[in-house]
Design a protein around this ligand. Sequence first.
Ligand SMILES: Nc1ncnc2c1ncn2[C@@H]1O[C@H](COP(=O)(O)OS(=O)(=O)O)[C@@H](OP(=O)(O)O)[C@H]1O
Ligand SMILES: [Mg+2]
Ligand SMILES: [Mg+2]
Ligand SMILES: [Mg+2]
Length: 356
Amino acid sequence: MSQYTAERKFGLAAVRRACALTDSVFNKLVKNETLVKGDKSPVTVGDYAAQALVCSMLQRAFPDDLVVGEEDAADLREESGRGMRERIIELANEAIVSPLKDGDDPAWGVGPGAEQDAASLLDAIDRGNHEGGKTGRMWTLDPIDGTKGFLRGEQYAVCLSLIVDAKPVLGVIGCPNLPVDPSKPDGAKGCIFVATKGQGAYQYDHEGLSPKSISIPHISTADISFLESVEAAHSSHGFNARVAEQLKVCKSPVRMDSQAKYCCLARGEGGAYLRMPTGVGYREKIWDHASGQVLVEESGGVVSDSRGQSLDFGLGRTLGENFGIIAAGKSVHSHVLEAVQTARAEEDDNKAKAHA
Ligand SMILES: Nc1ncnc2c1ncn2[C@@H]1O[C@H](COP(=O)(O)OS(=O)(=O)O)[C@@H](OP(=O)(O)O)[C@H]1O
Ligand SMILES: [Mg+2]
Ligand SMILES: [Mg+2]
Ligand SMILES: [Mg+2]
């Protein structure tokens, strides 16, 4: 029997339910339902409610597993958080009680009549407070990745992964706004991507049906169209342009929020995802890359940092010393890596000259 069958079935059903929640929240979101966190990034009632939903399901499905989730309930436990807290409990319960579909299991605490009280749902959010580590099983959860894209009605993703002994082995990414068929950008939207180590990568529709095996085709560097972040603060657009120049890439980059970039790469779009830090100090979070790494590797691609090192998911909630991310098809990864290193050496040279 294949490994991680139960986890995969759970991941697909949990992400499907969370995507239905976030999609419905987007349509009803009002101004005071967004907070600005300590690092100045936004978080909405949708992020919290989706984390409450998935963590409460995880708690019942895999009670011994640990969870590294992006959000925590500290602000919601304050008196000033009362309005948001009540709304989050309401939204999480709406998603919890929605009817069971094929693949759901009532033992996960979902379905009609499974409402929970506020204390249980806040505790569920805080199950995501694990500090990470090198050994054992832990899930990562980014309940809304690309919150800024979500707020703009553009790309965002619900991302769940299972990491065993610091290696991501299962990645599930739901993209409610991503076109099902890349050649029909105005056609049907909503996909869920699932990849299990050694078992390939698949795209499902938003109902978790019609799985299609996906892979990255062989391309040459001239055919790359870099996938990159929308926010200039999250990855350096200027650096990417210099790498593109090195590689004689003519096609314009495609900017998109969230791990939808990994999903597009995995199904053959773009050829490479490049994410270079814009300043010192920011450390990439494990929940922003774990699901994407499994998906890209299982579709025949390679994921490394900008020095060619593997991403280290065993150092806590961040990727620690990894610097930048290069995810690309096998046929181009080594060329992109080489071009990144040349562009960095030039940048260092220019800095040294400027200081001389
Ligand atoms: N300074 C800095 N550098 C790099 N990355 C950062 C930085 N600040 C935040 N983040 C993380 O970026 C996550 C969103 O990444 P994206 O690729 O979607 O960026 S973008 O929205 O397309 O610009 C975003 O994830 P979410 O918070 O889940 O949206 C953050 O974890
Ligand atoms: Mg965030
Ligand atoms: Mg994120
Ligand atoms: Mg997030």
